[in-house]
Write a protein that binds this ligand. Structure first.
Ligand code: C2O
Length: 570
């Protein structure tokens, strides 16, 4: 064969392979119509904001490598934006969704198409509104299957069940938020938790609609547990059944077995469950893990795991037997929560950055803003103050005139500054008895710049200001490795020596131990403006957030793409 001929036949084969690869990837075109819909829970009907009239919203099922084009049509009376929680959105912050961070909100009557591709991700993620408290009802599962022919690292059951844990208010959640924003006090806690939108047997007017999962004896199923709740970490358990954890936040783990999981808002956990108990009916239940010294919703949501051959009662009172109830940890059982989280390991050796270019230390916690008139109706926080929250004493305020990403891209000044502090402005005993003079944060819209491909370490240090608490910290645009954690103050001399740089769990949301710290590492390989915040919406509203501005690299494939033409304007 002549060499040019040989070359062209090789090129032809390569081209064929490329087309086969493309053909296996799909484009999912969907419409998400944001619209009010009457939803009855706890004996009362509310006009809930929904996607396509569904609550919870539609489940998206895609494969690694697929693309999505989701047109969000806003037929509600609120501004809205949708976030694809955990999707990396490589070089494409325009599709990420947080309002005023990467886009201006979609106004009533307008629409925007989120176009993005799944690049090297598989597992359970989810989507939700990223606009004030609309995610109370606007959320759904986003399931990414591996590429065709690509195996799971464990024996994947045939059946797969999404379990969306949510929080329900017997009021319009936007009014609950508005009231809290006016008074400066903490928002009312929710009235119920839900499993796939239903509170379950332990709430008024709910029994007839409790979610039931039929199961065959001996069958193994995968539960994709998602905490879509606004403000509460949850314990989740299934009566008499062990759960084998295989994945968290779309990253596989070394499998391990437990009777209970703890899951913070924003997190996902896949578990396998085998129906190896006596044929019967078993509750799955979730209730609060409350680490703070603060009011919380102490109710319990349930669904029923029902063996198809469960016996029924005979004779009088004939019908289904009562389900068995699981043992759940106490509300403040930090030992159980920590023991669970500490068992998580990446499924294989993890490519953790070993050298660190950016060594960041962030205090995270609550605060109080003093009022000149403490008797004002707007100062109903503790002792006539308003609640706040901060990272390194900076209480984040969303811009209004433009989004940070658009302002950055257009070079528009006056929207944000890039002087977010890499360390706290003052050092103090973060988890001790903090003097009152350090309780008041400063408001601002500050970002922190990262060089393209910098190896970043962040130690997230909870403070005891107002109350120590588990803060589920979420980073947009990235997955990170959780290399270490502990209680008390982080010690930079002794703690790093104990970091797990071999198989630390990979996540997109990690809770600070209450009164403790957690260390994460990632490579800043995704240029753009990326929000990092506490996934407790009350805390987010109080300012527990900041933005990373990751600079472009040199190459074309290292720079943020051009924005889509229909990107909403402010
Ligand atoms: Cu799931 Cu910024 O959020």
């Amino acid at each position: 064969m002549e060499s040019s001929q040989r070359f062209s036949s090789l090129a032809f084969i390569a081209l064929l392979a490329y087309f086969a690869f493309l053909a296996s990837a799909e484009l999912h075109v969907r419409e998400f119509v944001i619209q009010p819909k009457p939803v009855k829970r706890l004996c009362r009907t509310h006009e809930s904001i929904t996607v396509n009239g569904q609550f919870p919203g539609p489940t998206l099922e895609v494969r690694n490598g697929d693309s999505l084009a989701i047109t969000v049509i806003n037929k509600a009376r609120y501004n809205i934006s949708i976030h694809w929680h955990g999707i990396r959105q490589l070089r494409n912050p325009w599709a990420d969704g947080p309002e005023y961070i990467t886009q201006c909100p979609i106004r009533p009557g307008q629409s925007y198409t989120y176009r993005f591709t799944i690049e090297d991700q598989e597992g359970t993620l989810w989507w939700h509104a990223h606009s004030r408290w609309l995610r109370a009802t606007v959320y759904g599962a986003l399931i990414i299957y591996p590429r065709l022919g690509s195996p799971y690292p464990f024996h994947m059951p045939k059946r797969d069940i999404p379990i969306l844990l949510g929080e329900w208010w017997d009021r319009n959640p936007m009014d609950v938020l508005r009231q809290a924003q006016f008074t400066g006090a903490a928002a009312n806690v929710s009235d119920a938790y839900t499993i796939n939108g239903q509170p379950g047997d332990l709430y008024r007017c709910s029994r007839s609609e409790t979610v039931r999962f039929p199961i065959f004896p001996g069958e193994t199923v995968q539960l994709r547990v998602i905490n879509a709740g606004l403000n509460q970490e949850l314990f989740f358990s299934v009566a008499n059944h062990q759960l084998t954890v295989v994945e968290t936040d779309s990253a596989y783990t070394k499998p391990f077995t437990t009777s209970v999981i703890m899951i913070g808002p924003g997190q996902t956990t896949n578990v396998l469950l085998t129906a190896n108990q006596r044929p019967g009916r078993y509750y799955m239940a979730a209730r609060a893990y409350n680490s703070a010294n603060a009011p919380f919703d102490n109710t319990t949501t349930t669904a029923i795991l029902e063996y198809v051959n469960a016996p029924t009662r005979r004779g009088r009172g004939r019908g289904q037997i009562a389900p068995v109830f699981p043992v759940l940890p106490g509300f403040n059982d930090t030992a159980t929560a920590t023991a669970f989280t500490n068992r998580l390991r990446y499924w294989k050796r993890a490519p953790v950055p070993l050298q660190v270019d950016e060594n960041l230390f962030f205090t995270v916690g609550l605060g109080l803003i003093n009022c000149s008139n403490p008797n004002s109706p707007r100062c109903q926080g503790p002792n006539g103050t308003r609640f706040a929250a901060s990272i390194n004493n900076q209480s984040f305020v969303l811009p209004r005139r433009n989004s940070i990403m658009q302002a950055y891209y257009q070079g528009m000044p006056g929207i944000f500054t890039t002087d977010f502090p890499p360390v706290p402005p003052v050092q103090f005993d973060y988890t001790g008895n903090v003097s009152r003079g350090l309780w008041q944060p400063v408001k601002g819209t500050k970002a922190y710049k990262l060089k393209y491909k910098a190896n970043v370490q962040i130690v997230l240090q909870d403070t005891s200001i107002v109350t120590p608490e588990n803060h589920p910290m979420h980073l947009h645009g990235y997955q990170f490795y959780v290399v270490g954690s502990g209680f008390g103050n982080f010690n930079p001399r002794t703690d790093p020596a104990r970091f797990n740089l071999f198989d630390p769990p990979e996540r997109n949301t990690i809770g600070t131990p209450p009164g403790g710290w957690v260390a994460i590492r990632f490579v800043a390989d995704n240029p753009g403006a990326w929000f990092m915040h506490c996934h407790i919406d009350s805390h987010l509203g109080w300012g527990l957030a900041m933005v990373f501005l990751v600079e472009n690299g040199r190459g074309q494939l290292q720079s943020v793409q051009a924005p889509p033409l229909d990107l909403p304007r402010c």
